[in-house]
Design a protein around this ligand. Structure first.
Ligand code: ASP
Length: 341
C-alpha cells in the first residue's frame, strides 16, 4: 500500500569542508536511517528511483526475492523515454550509437553484466540471463547483442527522435563535457535544455523478507562518449557490489573515477569494518577526492549503500544527488544526499 503519495524531499545541508577529506572514519555511533520496523526495503539512485522502487515493491511486499525486485524495478527507467540517461531514452555516443551498460548481483555472489550493448532496451534482463545461463559474468558489444537475440530479445532502434536531435545539436560543437545532476533538474523550474542533460544511472539495492540482498545497476553512460566506452555501472565492484553477510552499494556519476577506486566494493568493505552506510559512502567519495583533487570540484560521483540490517545512507561529491527509499511505512521517500563540497 502506498501510504503517502506526496513525495517528501528532505533537504540536508551538507556543507562539510575539504578538510574532511583527511579525516579517518571510525565506526559510526550515529543513529542510522532505516526501516524502523525491519522488513523489506529498497533504495535507488536519483528521483527516477521513486517509480522504480514502486515497481520493485510490488515484488517485495508479496515476499518476493530481492533479485526479482531489482530487475523489475530498474526496468521502469530503462523503458521510460523521458529518461535521457538510462535505457531506451538514453543519449548516444559521439557517433550516434546508443550503447547500454548494466549489471546485476544476487545474495549468493552470482552476477552478470552487459557492456556497451546496442539495440536492446532492457539491458538489465540480458545481464541477468548472462548470470543465469552462461559460465561468464560479462558479455560485451556484439557478443552481448547476439546472446540477447538468441534468447528472444527483439532488436530495436534505440536512437529516439529526442536523443537523435540532441546528438545533432551536440555535433555542432562536439565537445565532450559531463554535466552534473541532470535528474534533479526535474525539480527545477529552470531546467537545462534537453541537449545538456548528459549522465546518471539507476542503481538499486533491495533487502527482501528473507533477509537476502540483491542489486542492479543500468545506464546509457556518459552522453556523447567515445564508441566502446564502458563506465563503472556494469563493473561488479565498481558500479555495484553485494555481500549478503554485510550489505550492498551502488554508484552514479563519472564512472572513470569510480572504477579507479573500485568504489562499491570499497563501500561494502568499509561497512564490514563497522562504518555506517553513510560514512562508508563518505569515505569512498573522499578517496576519489584524494586521488584526483583537481577533478573533484568539476564532476559528480555519488554512492548509495544498504546494510544487512536495512540501514541505508549515501554521499556524493557535489550537492544535488538524491536517492529514493521504499519500505512498508513509506514507498515514495526522496532524500537529498549529503555532499563533500
Ligand atoms: N556512472 C555512469 C557512467 O559513468 C554515469 C552516471 O551515473 O552518471 O557511465
Amino acid at each position: 500500500m502506498i501510504n503517502r503519495r506526496k513525495f517528501i524531499y528532505h533537504s540536508i545541508v551538507g556543507a562539510t569542508t575539504l578538510h574532511f577529506v583527511d579525516t579517518a572514519y571510525a565506526a559510526s555511533q550515529k543513529q542510522q536511517k532505516n526501516n524502523k520496523n525491519g522488513g523489506p526495503i529498497i533504495v535507488s539512485t536519483w528521483d527516477f528511483g521513486i517509480a522504480a522502487n514502486l515497481a520493485a515493491w510490488e515484488v517485495l511486499k508479496n515476499n518476493g526475492r530481492a533479485l526479482d525486485a531489482v530487475e523489475v524495478g530498474v526496468k521502469v527507467p530503462e523503458a521510460d523515454l523521458k529518461n535521457l540517461t538510462v535505457g531506451k531514452g538514453g543519449y548516444p555516443d559521439r557517433d550516434g550509437h546508443v550503447s547500454l551498460d548494466a549489471c546485476i548481483m544476487d545474495e549468493n555472489g552470482n552476477c552478470g553484466a552487459v557492456l556497451a550493448m546496442e539495440h536492446i532496451t532492457h539491458a538489465i534482463s540480458v545481464a541477468r540471463l548472462v548470470m543465469e545461463k552462461t559460465p561468464h559474468v560479462m558479455l560485451a558489444g556484439e557478443g552481448a547483442l547476439q546472446f540477447a537475440l538468441e534468447n528472444g530479445f527483439q532488436k530495436e532502434n534505440l536512437l529516439t527522435e529526442e536523443s537523435g536531435k540532441a546528438w545533432q545539436e551536440w555535433l555542432k560543437d562536439a565537445e565532450y563535457k559531463p554535466i552534473m545532476n541532470i535528474e534533479n533538474q526535474h525539480f527545477s523550474p529552470n531546467k537545462l535544455p534537453g541537449n545538456q542533460y548528459n549522465h546518471d544511472t539507476i542503481g538499486m539495492l533491495a533487502l527482501d523478507a528473507n533477509g537476502n540482498l540483491s542489486g542492479a545497476c543500468t545506464t546509457s553512460g556518459m552522453a556523447f562518449k567515445m564508441r566502446g566506452r564502458v563506465g563503472d555501472s556494469p563493473i561488479i565492484g565498481a558500479g555495484l557490489y553485494i555481500d549478503n553477510e554485510i550489505g550492498g552499494a551502488t554508484s552514479t556519476g563519472v564512472g572513470e573515477e569510480v572504477v579507479r577506486t573500485v568504489g562499491s566494493f570499497l563501500v561494502v568493505e568499509l561497512m564490514r569494518q563497522g562504518f555506517s552506510p553513510e560514512d562508508a559512502c563518505k569515505e569512498a567519495v573522499a578517496r576519489i577526492v584524494k586521488k584526483k583533487p583537481e577533478k573533484a570540484k568539476e564532476i559528480q560521483v555519488g554512492f548509495l549503500a544498504l546494510n544487512k540490517k536495512g540501514e541505508y545512507g549515501a554521499y556524493a561529491l557535489q550537492e544535488g544527488f538524491s536517492f529514493a527509499v521504499c519500505h512498508e511505512q513509506q514507498q515514495d521517500l526522496l532524500i537529498q544526499g549529503k555532499s563533500i563540497f
